[in-house]
Design a protein around this ligand. Structure first.
Ligand SMILES: Nc1ncnc2c1ncn2[C@@H]1O[C@H](COP(=O)(O)OP(=O)(O)OP(=O)(O)O)[C@@H](O)[C@H]1O
Ligand SMILES: [Mg+2]
Length: 465
């Protein structure tokens, strides 16, 4: 099947709209692919049975059959069952992101949102073809593992061109063995991207070992990373393997690397450079082959200037840097992400009828999301739990007290209103307290007292109370 060498890759396109078929055929032909088309689920199956295909691009909404997408989902299940190694990429309208999620659960390798972006479509297709070619032949067993891995992997939702570029880049560097530093604010999806980089790499059928450096007590760092021998500490009765040893041949993800104490940075640098280390309490050098991914929301280059982070380590870690934009800078992703989280939680909490009201969508779009995607996820989950009607309203989202941008006054306490007004005034005056105080009709010291009272952090307001 796939990977038979010279012939042009042959792509089966399943869609019932002729304008879509024409556009995709032209695009793929101009990029050196051969195409076949199928206008119905039945035609897709008969075409796959009759001829060789190297990949399938499948529309999930067959307008003539159903609008629920159930027909498309059944087709996905049939294809992945009969042709488990065939890369299947599904296409859905963004409003039906839950359908894409379900399709990936049933074995589709990836999904695209309509209207599609040509570059992203081609990149996705090529990645899937490369992957299936690389895994052909002797590595059949691994193919099965990968197919399983792909099926259980959480899809990355991204409509914005900035996130699509990030994902494309992550997939590309995934295939190299380069160390990757993933940066971005809290909750932007650094962990998600680390998993993607690993999954796309030649180590993708092995585990991704993660150490959350931010969550470890300092005394345990060294043993966690490098292991220890029996008797190394008073409590260390037994020897223990460190993460580097466990991740031999696989990938190690050091999350919140900015918290690594200065003293350990030199040790880590040496291991990155040589693959060598000694477990705590041992003088025996061990050697491993580990690919390193690291993430941080700290500005490491500033730490380098402050001399709290070693410059040589910084340059080792960031051979490649992937920067995740904050959610407020990619507003096109807000609604698709919210729909995706809604679909997940709806199923989990058995509230299958829930949707967002138009006002809720407006509130989601109007909010600044200081906690980024994680905050959005929690917000949607809470709304699913709290919503009394079938439509989630702005009040269920409870965004009012946090950032003031989509306040629903009658839901707020007096203090929340005050905080919201202060935030707004400070934002408008770009942190200039005198100006903000004047706008609020307060004296400067009265404003300062409120900043302290409400515990406003410096980053939040741009001023230091
Ligand atoms: N593009 C995305 N598509 C789907 N889910 C996402 C996406 N980005 C983030 N998430 C989800 O949002 C949550 C936060 O993402 P993640 O943990 O990767 O962020 P992070 O940048 O590592 O955050 P922190 O800095 O707090 O560790 C996770 O539940 C993750 O699955
Ligand atoms: Mg994280």
């Amino acid at each position: 099947m796939a990977g038979s060498g010279r012939p042009k890759p042959r792509i089966l396109i399943g869609d019932d709209q002729s304008d879509v078929l024409t556009a995709l055929r032209l695009l793929l032909k101009s990029e050196g692919f051969e195409t076949q088309v199928a206008r119905s689920p039945a035609e897709v199956l008969s075409s796959l049975a009759a001829e060789r295909s190297d990949a399938v691009l499948l529309d999930m909404n067959y307008s003539r059959d159903t609008t629920s997408g159930e027909e498309g989902l059944q087709l996905v299940a049939k294809i992945t069952e009969s042709w488990p190694q065939l890369p299947l990429i599904v296409m859905t309208a963004w409003a039906t992101i839950d359908l894409a999620v379900e399709a990936v659960r049933r074995g589709a390798r990836d999904f695209l949102q309509k209207p599609w972006d040509n570059r992203r479509l081609l990149a996705t297709l090529r990645t899937q073809l490369d992957l299936s070619r690389a895994l052909d032949g002797q590595r059949r067993l691994q193919v099965e593992n990968r197919a399983l891995g792909a099926a259980s992997r959480v899809p990355i939702v991204a409509s914005s061109s900035s996130m699509q570029a990030v994902i494309e880049f992550a997939q590309r560097v995934g295939r190299s063995d380069a160390n990757v530093l993933i940066t971005g604010e809290h909750g932007t999806g650094k962990g998600v991207i680390a998993r993607e980089v690993h999954a796309r790499s030649r180590r993708g059928d092995r585990s991704l070992f993660t150490v959350n450096i931010g969550a470890l007590p300092e005394a345990l760092f060294e043993s966690e990373l490098f292991g220890h021998v029996a008797g190394a500490y008073t409590d260390a009765r037994q020897a223990r393997e460190g993460r580097f040893e466990l991740a031999d041949g696989a990938t190690l993800f050091l999350d919140e690397i900015g918290n690594l104490p200065f003293g350990l940075q030199a040790k880590l640098l040496r291991t990155i450079e040589t693959g060598e280390f000694e477990p705590v309490g041992s003088s025996e050098t061990r050697r491993v082959d580990v690919r390193l991914l690291a993430a941080t929301n700290a500005d490491l280059s500033a730490r380098v200037l402050e001399k709290t982070f070693r410059e040589d380590l910084y340059y080792r870690l960031n051979t490649v840097e992937i920067r995740l934009p904050p959610l407020r800078d990619r507003r096109e992703d807000i609604v698709p992400l919210a729909e995706y989280f809604l679909a997940n939680h709806r199923a989990r909490y058995e509230r299958t009828e829930l949707t967002f009201s138009a006002a809720a969508v407006a509130a989601l779009l109007g909010y600044r999301w200081p906690g980024n995607v994680r905050q959005l996820e929690h917000c949607v989950e809470r709304a699913v739990l709290l919503a009394r009607d079938e439509a989630i309203g702005p009040a269920d989202l409870a965004l009012s007290s946090q950032d003031g941008s989509s306040a629903s006054l009658d839901e707020m306490t007096l203090e929340e209103v005050e905080q919201a007004l202060i935030r707004k005034a400070l934002a408008r005056s770009v942190g200039k307290v005198a100006e903000a105080a004047a706008a609020l009709g307060l004296s400067r010291s009265a404003l300062y007292r409120r900043l302290v009272k409400y515990g406003f952090a410096r980053e939040e307001t741009g001023v230091c109370p």
